[in-house]
Each structure stands twice: as structure tokens, then as C-alpha cells.
Design a protein around this ligand. Structure first.
Ligand code: SF4
Length: 365
């Protein structure tokens, strides 16, 4: 039997306001004039190869709105010597048409260590932009909307971690990357849903404090002999899926494949044919090419995989992340024009957090 002891607040926390943005970047780089956003034959010709990537999931009638932004953003990236990192939950026009690197949190964290650019624009949520900054202290990191938060990151503070260490002295702390820099700084090592089991087992400990996702902690405990002390944090997107809705989908088509993210509740994972991180889910669909599949995760990911694999039918019990959806093409353009919102992490906190993140990145697979 897996051992999991859950501690932590039973009450939902009030979302913490993100740290204030800095105006320093615009002072260093200067603002640029707004480009033309007219749709015309030249824009249509210049962006046709990009529309071809998403034509399965974005109707032709919408492209005249997106294309001028896509063209302007790609030109500005060159002017600013900037790269765009986009999470798997970004919408298809961002993920496929302006991003330089795409992936899950682990892939983006790894890419962030290799980036050769002055500016990183993080198309994801605030903790991801903080991770990019922690790994690139000398680069300018921007997030197009600093209110793009995360219910998991808001579920725990650095003070909570210090108290847990007092309550469980000597027990190592593994922290999911979906946390603030302050929480990472109090941790021994970070993990993602791709490598959580590997990270927990790498410590050689009998017991581990695993923060802050209770359901991911339970999933790891179900795969490991390590005893897990969990926290009562949840992803507001994945906790909404239910076993009943999946059972209903399966009863309508017994041959359908159901693949789920480990941030879902255990009874939802029990209905799944496969459980894995967003990167592992994408890889599973690429390799297995099921006829019909349900991806039990944020809705945009199915669009992004559908764009690549038009022969697979995706059944969508659609839950959108309201934080990820704050990132839009107009905001990315504004971000590059006016160098906002710059993400700033206190250098002492960043140094401690970097140790925890780098320990994960350089873990031998
Ligand atoms: S999908 Fe869940 S874990 Fe991911 S950013 Fe949104 S709230 Fe956070």
C-alpha cells in the first residue's frame, strides 16, 4: 500500500499578488513604435507557411486577425534578439507560429539554460518566467501578463516550507516546479510531473516531503516505496475532471484511449489507460497513433497535438487554464514593443532556488 500523509491548509488561499513588475527593461532597451497590423495580400503570402501548421485547428476566417500579429512578433524577436518559450498549454497560434521552443515545464527549464539571446519572453505562467530568470540571471525575462498565476503556486509559501522542516526535521523537501522562487529557495530539489518519481527516488530517503500538489504526491506514492508527506495544493484545471465523465466517454466508445495528467485526482487516474506529464502524453500519442483519444489535461494541448496529427481524433472534455489563457498575441506584441512585464527575482532567493532547480536538471536519467 502506498504511504501518503497529507498536511497543510484545508482552506483555499487567496491568490498572492505577483511581485511588482519593473520598468527597468524599457529604460535599458527603449520602446519601439507599433507596427502596422493590416491584413493584406503580402501578409497572407508571408505567413502562409505558418498557417499551414495550424489549419486543422484554426479556421481560415480567424487567420486574418492572427497573421499580422504573428508577422510583427517574429520581426520584433529579431530586432530585440529575443526568444519565445511556450508551454504546451498555449493556444495553437502562439505554440506553432511564434514560439522558438515549446514543451512542458522541464523542457522549458532545460531550454532556458541554453538560450542564446538577450531577452526571453515566457508564454506560460509566472512561476515559469521566474524559473527562466533564476536560470538566466543576466538575461531580461518578460511575461506578457504578470497576472498569469497558478493555483498550485499560490497554495504554499516559503514560510510553510520552513514550518514543515521544523515539524519533520531531516526529511528532504522535493518541490514541484509549479511554485514561487521563494518556495523553491527553501527546497532541496525541484521536480516536474515528467521526473517526479525519479527525483523522489534519487534522494535515497525513507520519507520525503513532496510539495505542493497532493494528487501528484499520491501518484508518486503509488509508484514508489518511499513514504510521502504531501501538501493540500491542487491544480484548479485538473481537479475538475471526474471519473464519472471519463466512464461515460468510455461507455460510448469502449475502444477509446484515455490518457491523463498526474495532477488529476486518483479516481480519475484509475480510469486512464496511461498517466504521464504533458510531454509524456504527447510522446504517447505520437508513438501509438490511437484512432480516438481523450487527453485529460488542459484543453489547448489537444489542439496543438491535433495540428501535428490530423488523423487522430481528439475527444475533448474541455477544461481551460484561465492563467495560461491570459497570454495572447496582442500581449506578446506589447511585451516586445515596451519590454514588459519584466520578471525580477531577489538575487539571494534566486541563488538558493537555482541550486534546487539545477540539481533537478542535472540529475542523471
Ligand atoms: S494548468 Fe493548473 S498547474 Fe498549470 S498553470 Fe494552470 S492552474 Fe497551474
Amino acid at each position: 500500500m502506498p504511504f501518503v500523509e497529507t498536511v497543510g491548509p484545508l482552506m483555499a488561499r487567496r491568490p498572492a499578488p505577483p511581485p511588482a513588475a519593473s520598468d527597468a527593461a524599457v529604460a535599458r532597451f527603449g520602446a519601439l513604435p507599433a507596427p502596422s497590423l493590416q491584413w493584406n495580400a503580402e501578409v497572407e503570402r508571408a505567413t502562409a507557411h505558418l498557417y499551414a501548421r495550424i489549419k486543422n485547428v484554426v479556421p481560415a476566417v480567424e487567420w486574418p486577425f492572427f497573421a499580422p500579429y504573428v508577422q510583427a512578433i517574429n520581426a520584433l524577436k529579431k530586432e530585440r534578439n529575443a526568444v519565445i518559450l511556450a508551454h504546451n498549454y498555449q493556444t495553437p497560434e502562439i505554440y506553432n507560429c511564434v514560439a522558438d521552443f515549446t514543451g512542458d515545464s522541464l523542457q522549458l527549464a532545460r531550454e532556458a539554460t541554453k538560450v542564446d539571446a538577450d531577452v526571453i519572453v515566457q508564454c506560460g505562467v509566472h512561476f515559469m518566467a521566474e524559473t527562466a530568470k533564476i536560470l538566466n540571471p543576466d538575461k531580461t525575462v518578460l511575461i506578457p501578463d504578470r497576472k498569469a498565476g497558478c493555483s498550485l503556486a499560490e497554495a504554499i509559501t516559503g514560510e510553510d516550507v520552513r514550518r514543515l522542516r521544523e515539524r519533520f526535521p531531516g526529511v528532504p523537501v522535493v518541490t514541484y516546479v509549479n511554485t514561487s522562487a521563494e518556495v523553491k529557495a527553501e527546497s532541496d530539489i525541484t521536480c516536474t510531473s515528467s521526473n517526479a518519481l525519479q527525483v523522489v527516488e534519487s534522494l535515497g530517503a525513507e520519507r520525503v516531503i513532496f510539495l505542493p500538489d497532493e494528487y501528484l504526491a499520491k501518484y508518486v506514492a503509488s509508484q514508489s516505496k518511499v513514504k510521502i508527506i504531501a501538501w493540500k495544493g491542487h491544480c484548479e484545471v485538473h481537479e475538475r475532471f471526474t471519473a464519472d465523465e471519463l466512464a461515460l466517454i468510455r461507455s460510448s466508445d469502449p475502444s477509446i484511449q484515455i490518457i491523463a495528467h498526474p495532477e488529476c485526482p486518483p479516481e480519475v487516474l484509475a480510469e486512464a489507460d496511461f498517466t504521464g506529464s504533458t510531454a509524456h502524453m504527447i510522446d504517447w500519442v505520437r508513438r501509438r497513433r490511437p484512432k480516438r483519444v481523450v487527453m485529460v489535461t488542459e484543453c489547448s494541448m489537444a489542439d496543438n497535438v491535433q495540428a501535428e496529427l490530423p488523423d487522430v481524433e481528439f475527444v475533448r472534455p474541455c477544461n481551460l487554464c484561465p492563467h495560461m489563457k491570459r497570454i495572447t498575441l496582442p500581449k506578446i506584441l506589447d511585451s516586445l514593443l515596451h519590454m514588459k512585464e519584466e520578471v525580477v527575482v531577489d538575487p539571494a532567493t534566486a541563488e538558493k532556488a537555482r541550486r534546487a532547480v539545477e540539481r533537478m536538471i542535472y540529475l542523471k536519467s
